[in-house]
Design a binder for this molecule. Structure first.
Ligand SMILES: *[C@@H]1O[C@H](CO)[C@@H](O)[C@H](O)[C@H]1NC(C)=O
Ligand SMILES: *[C@@H]1O[C@H](CO)[C@@H](O)[C@H](O)[C@H]1NC(C)=O
Ligand SMILES: *[C@@H]1O[C@H](CO)[C@@H](O)[C@H](O)[C@H]1NC(C)=O
Length: 429
């Protein structure tokens, strides 16, 4: 084996700020008990109407031949949409990490949170010259798309992120469990119609090289193919989803396809000599919110992330922002786990805070109480990432752009002391 990490009390987290568990929702809760009942009924009515409308709409054809109106993709630069390997003229790579962007299945097809996060994405892209967006799945709620001409590509994606600043900026995408309730190959096929949607295959790799030679590898993986879905629904609608009920992912639907992907992950991680190596998938390995850890990934992905010294694993699925540092099995190091699944709704649940390794939670947002946040009546949240030869800096942002927490990770190759007494790990690549 060529990759090995020297035992060290590695602290690849360089800085942190703000108390991760601050709650501002306490007395708000008390205030709301009076109106709580009323709001509950309103929510119930809203949900009933939503389901009713979706069911009525499903009686009518779902698609629209809009593709003729979509302008063809023009790729002027090496780094714009369409290229998998890319050389930057810049000495830094800046990207937005978002997840669970899928909007709503009925008018207005998007949520308040999605619009708020989008506005911040535009601002950040203008201010900081963001080069790409990383989207970790659940692209279309609640049951994906029917085919590549599905109108939801327009209403829940193109129209939402319709700003010239995004033209040619790839939104690297993978499927979430909700996308797998519909037609995933249609989402892959849709790549050819969009100026930004970038979803070349179920799983894929892309890389960036900065002007000073720093290399960054990204592996995008399909965790539903690996671990199975959360309900036995295929090409279904909302009714099927409710009728079937949900389960924890209990094994892949197509074992051969899953094994093929596991082989690819091990091989591709092994081959990577990049300064930064990131893996993105929809299901989290570890999460403290509603869904919690994914056992299948704890069993099989975690050992690979450790063996090949991955810089961080990105996931969505739970509608929160989280930063966890989980010790490796040999306890000599730890792996960084990041959740960013709050780009169109948020979840305040801390249901699984005791299902993750003790002391691993560094940050979680949001907390407090909001009965409507899962419907998108909240600000949402996202992460801004900036990478140079020394460090990858993560800024955890509220939907409106307000910074809640920052932390930095070191490159795999460097063994510099970036912050006082913190000891860096050395990796022989
Ligand atoms: C980046 O990807 C391109 C295209 O797949 C490939 O040719 C190139 O070797 C890769 N570069 C690195 C540093 O992995
Ligand atoms: C899925 O979408 C693709 C691309 O539009 C289409 O060719 C295929 O027939 C669809 N599959 C089903 C089962 O509808
Ligand atoms: C990694 O790749 C090398 C060849 O470059 C090979 O000898 C080794 O067995 C691989 N290790 C794993 C765990 O796949």
């Amino acid at each position: 084996m060529q990759t090995s990490s020297k035992p060290s009390s590695r602290q690849n987290v360089i800085s942190e700020r703000e108390n991760p568990h601050s709650t501002s929702g306490g007395y708000f809760c008390v205030l709301m008990t009076q109106t709580g009942c009323c709001l509950g009924l309103a929510a119930l009515l809203y949900i009933t109407l939503t389901i009713g409308t979706v069911e009525i709409l499903s009686l009518f054809p779902k698609t629209r031949a809009y593709s003729q109106q979509t302008p063809p993709v023009v790729t002027a630069e090496v780094c714009s949409k369409g290229s998998k390997g890319c050389t930057q003229k810049d000495s830094a790579l800046r990207f937005l990490l978002i997840g669970d962007t899928g909007g709503l299945p009925i008018y207005p097809y998007t949520t308040l949170a999605q619009g708020t996060v989008r506005d911040t994405m535009i601002r950040l892209t203008e201010q900081n010259k963001v080069q790409l967006v990383l989207n970790v799945g659940d692209n279309i709620y609640f049951t994906g798309v029917a085919n590549e001409f599905d109108a939801r590509f327009e209403t829940s994606f193109e129209e939402v992120y319709n700003h010239p600043i995004f033209d040619g900026i790839p939104f690297f995408t993978i499927a979430g469990n909700h996308d797998h309730f519909g037609n995933v190959s249609a989402q892959i096929a849709y790549t050819k119609y969009s100026r930004k949607w970038m979803y070349p295959d179920y799983w894929y790799k892309f890389n960036y090289t900065l002007s000073d030679g720093t290399t960054i590898d990204f592996l995008m993986i399909d965790t539903i193919v690996l671990c199975g879905n959360t309900a036995d629904v295929e090409y279904g609608d909302l009714w099927d989803l409710l009728w079937k009920g949900s389960k924890v992912p209990d094994g892949p639907k197509d074992k051969k396809m899953a094994e093929k992907q596991w082989d690819w992950i091990a091989k591709t991680l092994n081959e990577s000599r990049a300064d930064y190596l990131f893996v993105g998938g929809h299901y989290p390995v570890f999460s403290m919110s509603s869904h919690g850890p994914t056992q299948c990934l704890v069993d099989r992905l975690k050992p690979l992330l450790e063996q090949f010294s991955v810089t961080a694993y990105f996931a969505g699925h739970d509608h929160t922002l989280q930063h966890l540092e989980v010790p490796t099995t040999d306890r000599h190091s730890h792996i960084t786990y990041i959740v960013s699944g709050a780009a169109s709704r948020t979840d305040r649940s801390t249901k699984h805070k005791n299902s993750v390794p003790q002391g691993s939670i560094k940050f979680n947002y949001p907390s407090g109480w909001n009965p409507f946040s899962q419907l998108g009546f909240s600000r949402g949240a996202l992460i801004y990432v900036e990478i140079n030869k020394d460090r990858a800096k993560f800024d955890f942002l509220k939907g409106n752009g307000e910074s809640k927490y920052t932390m930095s990770l070191m490159s795999r190759k460097r063994s510099v002391k970036l912050d006082g007494d913190e000891e860096a790990r050395t990796i022989e690549l």
